[in-house]
Design a protein. Sequence first.
Length: 642
Amino acid sequence: MGSKTRGVSLTWNDLWVTVSTRKSGNKSILQGLTGYARPSELLAVMGPSGCGKSTLLDALAGRLDFSTRQSGEILINGHKQKLSYGTSAYVTQDDTLLATLTVKEAVYYSAQLQLPDSMKKSEKKQIAEQTIKEMGLQDAMNTRIGGYGTKGISGGEKRRLSVCMEILTRPKLLFLDEPTSGLDSAASYYVMSGISRQREGRTIIASIHQPSAEVFNLFHNLCLLSSGRTVYFGPASAAIEFFARNGFPCPHLQNPSDHFLKTINKDFDEDIEQGSAGGQPTEEVIDLLINSYKSSEGYHEVQNQVAEICHQGGEMLQKRSHANFTTQSLVLTRRSSVNMSRDPGYYWMRFAVYVGIALSLGSIYYNVGSNYRSVEERGLMVAFVVSFMTFMTVGGFPSFVEDMKVFQRENLNGHYGCFAFVIGNTLSSIPYVLLISLIPGVIAYFLAGFQNGFGHFIYFALVLFTSMMVVESLMMNVAAIVPNFLMGIVTGAGIQGLQILSGGYFQLPSELPKAIWKYPLYYMSFHKYAYQGMFKNEFEGLKFTDDMFGKNHIMSGEDILRDRWQAEMGYSKWVDLVILVGILILYRLVFFLIIKTKEKVVHARKASTSILSNRSTQIMAKSLPASPLHGLTSSHDIPHQQ
Ligand SMILES: Nc1ncnc2c1ncn2[C@@H]1O[C@H](COP(=O)(O)OP(=O)(O)OP(=O)(O)O)[C@@H](O)[C@H]1O
């Protein structure tokens, strides 16, 4: 190695990750792991399911969640450094992609979001195209990604697309969590060889379940884990010899990775009553291999390598710049708008149902007239429009959840910030919500013969539009907190149910129980302002004949508003609309705060990882260079469980 490392060398020493569970107390997921990853090399992390592969990757990438505690040291080029934007990329197990976009669109949008504004649009396009080719996706460029119910690109192509979008900024460190899961051996090979071709100058760490022999040959180093402990770390090619030396030679014509995993998989010991090694329980086999590894030359070599990398140091990673806030907001608005127009579940289904409902409302309340009965009919129709037509926004929830998943992945990987997402999401939804409120609104309003005058209709449409936007924002808030379809729909429906009940229509304001229902729910419910605004819009200035008391008994709209609907007459309908707009802004602000808080929590986690590493660096600096190997002292902040 040269005097200063070019690229990223990652080292970890005595790395522990522990979780506290109610049932079993502290559980160590990773137990004192030591290893390294170097530039232009591909490190494979292998082991049976649940051995801690994803946890190791998460710990190295600073993505562990707060339920875990971590100790030990993780250094980048021998320094404590934060993995900032553009220096590393993480491809998760699941492909969270916008199903409606084509491969080309997905990569182009991603390039525009991630690459700096100093680059011309044509340059960004060129990089996108080149990366698509590098990942062998040129034949699928114009195919939609696809998702539930819509067939799109294959699973292998999705995996390659996920990688493609993460390497646009040419990150020096790439984490891949099971890039081949769910793929057949041919697809796995294409994915892994595509990744392997990207390794020049780049450090790649991939967790992988069961690679074929061909895929296995692509690995430089292998980290084999069992229950969070290292069974083997070293050159992949030397692993066969390590197993053979310990009495577990790989049978002729058997895939080495199959052999390793079979030998150390204890999950099915009870079913087969014996371990795989000729009757020896697998637990014993694993202990034997772990002890053998710890006393082997290979282990000392790993420690030497770690110490040497730390001693050599290397460049401090520079944060890359990405597109500025305005560009990101515009690109996100455009991308989200394309997605909304192509996803039938987002608005089109609702639009069709709203038109059907508007026609039904129009025929049921056709030409309501101006007798006393029409007072009730106008009230009922307003209540139905404000309550039900806004309530149906819950139908778009699955699409909101998909949006949130894509945002969370991209935000975690540093593609763009929370505010740009909120702006993009809000701006893109406005034309669609306008459409689905305006057209059904026109149909219902004019068929029912509501109050004449363009201004009255515009007010009706504005209240409907703002109310729908409020419910959209409410459901986005729910999607940010409860990212589960069923639970989210139930939560959103429950919140709206409460707001409808306390809005002053289904029980008049004077009759609402004072505690909780009147104070504060009545005043918090957006329905209150929507009902009252629409009532004022509909009744003010009209006269109604009361048939029961004869044709001469006339009631003014103002009397009806005051006595029948108990509307607050001290302020105009425009104030109700302004309050609705205020609630909309408040909900969007809350949405921003929720996702921003989540982002901050993740960053705080990263920062706490850095602090741990820092402490360890200082300890290590004291002990180096006298004995690079034995100077590696870790800082534990948790009691280790052996
Ligand atoms: N936050 C957590 N709380 C409790 N247990 C956890 C947590 N995270 C991980 N675990 C447990 O730690 C072990 C390792 O999990 P991890 O996801 O790292 O395994 P893995 O090797 O990636 O598994 P697989 O190959 O099945 O994805 C598992 O037994 C898992 O249940």
